[in-house]
Design a binder for this molecule. Structure first.
Ligand code: PLP
Length: 436
């Protein structure tokens, strides 16, 4: 990088930070002094007094580092007004907003029912109970997911049976499911990971052949489409989640979408302490939970759903910008999107590092320099309590483990700026260069 006479102080400062990345060892960097002689005197004086001491550039890290969070919700004044308006009413729970939110979701997905709950995990738990999963039952699922998709099986003492993943889509490998089906298999929990749909034709064939119900975990995939059909409606029921890092948020929240009238009734009862529609407040037909979604959350969700197209389009545009930059960086690959995907719903932006790179070290460097990044996902079967309970060990699901060692989620949210994207990608590039 050359420093030129025409550089403004700002240009120069940007270049100085660029020097910092490859040599980052603390806050001191050396710069070839000859370069400074061509810098215009005033600029040199100004920048020198700030950063050049004892023959070295001294950067104030706090001042220079751009802080880029991993995710950030996209809340406009309309969402704020909508929540505040609820607070001015008497109905903070079990009111009109949840009904409106559920209608928005069922219309959007194209199903007859949506039942709002307080998390994606609760949505999955209710469906596991609905299918009657109990001790000794096996449920096939993916080891490469957020832990809740598998934990929901454990809540009812079922046994998760993992199937390794497809290294391109990072979804469960559709062609390996049949090998794991036994007499004890009672259901499939199928996860549209990172907003990338599975090859649903294949999954549906297996489900029909073995008469196995599917719970679709679409918690990360609101709006994603497989061959023109929205995900969430391929199984008995689908779950969506609305934690603040999701495509839309309700703060905390989730929803079950379904065409099954019985599942809908059961979910409405289970989320509300086991009450039936005819029960009074202190009557309880069955064992239930408090899995209700409150009215403020639903009011937030309604406005987010009004903006769903805008939100998904923003996310696609950002993913496109990342793809273009990431493709040019040696040692990093963007995620592949399969041909059958008619709409990817970008949940996070994941990069895959080349095998020779030290993922954890790179993660540390990125986080140290303000780019919040996380290892998405550590394999579920290697979590301590899964190892302990089921005896899993490294090597059990080699593709999941190999992918998991190489994947990083980098900052991704609706309002990330072009400058932030550039900063993140430059930092990845210069950090990796050090290892090559
Ligand atoms: C695949 C998957 N399943 C389930 C969940 C659980 O959702 P929640 O955090 O709302 O309980 C999540 C949330 O991150 C998820 O990503």
């Amino acid at each position: 990088m050359l420093i030129s006479k025409n550089d403004s102080v700002k240009d120069l400062e940007n270049k100085v930070i660029a020097f910092l990345y490859p040599t980052y060892e603390g806050e001191l960097i050396n710069i070839n002094e000859q370069n400074f002689t061509i810098v215009n005197d005033t600029v040199l004086k100004e920048i020198s007094s700030k950063y050049y001491k004892k023959n070295k550039w001294i950067l104030n890290m706090e001042e220079k580092i751009m802080k880029v969070p991993l995710s950030s919700p996209d809340i406009t004044q309309k969402e704020i007004d909508s929540v505040v308006n609820v607070l001015k009413t008497r109905h903070l729970s079990i009111g009109p907003k949840i009904i409106e939110f559920e209608k928005a979701l069922s219309d959007y997905i194209g199903v007859s029912h949506a039942v709002g709950v307080n998390s994606g995990t609760s949505a999955l738990h209710i469906m596991i109970k609905y299918l009657g999963i109990t001790k000794g039952d096996e449920v096939i699922t993916s080891p490469f997911s957020f832990i809740a998709s598998s934990n929901a099986i454990l809540f009812e003492s079922g046994t998760p049976v993992f199937v390794d993943i497809n290294p391109d889509t990072l979804n469960i490998d559709e062609d390996k499911i049949e090998e794991k089906i036994t007499e004890k298999t009672k259901a499939l929990i199928i996860v549209d990971i990172f907003g990338h749909p599975l090859d649903w034709d294949k999954i549906l064939k297996i489900s029909e052949k073995y008469n196995l119900p599917i719970i679709e975990d679409s918690c990360e995939a609101l709006g994603a489409e497989y061959k023109g059909q929205k995900v969430g409606r391929f199984g008995v029921g689908g779950a969506f989640a609305f934690y603040p890092n999701k495509q839309i948020t309700t703060g905390e929240g989730g929803i079950i979408v379904t065409d099954d009238d019985d599942l809908c009734d059961y979910a409405r009862s289970l989320r509300n302490q086991g009450r039936s529609p005819s029960d009074s407040w202190l009557d309880h037909t069955r064992l239930g939970y408090n899995y209700r979604l409150n009215e403020m959350s639903a009011a937030l969700g309604i406005v987010q759903m009004e903006r769903i197209e805008e939100i998904l389009n923003k996310r696609s545009a950002i993913a496109e910008k990342y793809n273009n930059r990431i493709k040019g960086i040696d040692g990093v690959e963007p995620l592949k999107v399969a041909d059958y995907v008619t709409r990817m719903s970008w949940f996070v932006y994941i990069i895959k590092l080349a095998k020779d790179l030290d993922r954890d070290d790179i993660l540390k460097k990125l986080n140290d320099l303000g780019v919040q990044s996380k290892p998405y996902f550590p394999p579920i079967h290697l979590q301590p309590f899964y190892r302990e309970r089921f005896g899993y060990k490294e090597g059990d699901f080699p593709i999941t483990e190999a992918i998991s060692k190489r994947t990083i989620a980098i900052p991704f949210f609706n309002n990330i700026s072009d400058d932030q994207i550039k900063y993140v990608c430059n930092l990845i590039q210069t950090t990796i260069k050090k290892y090559r």
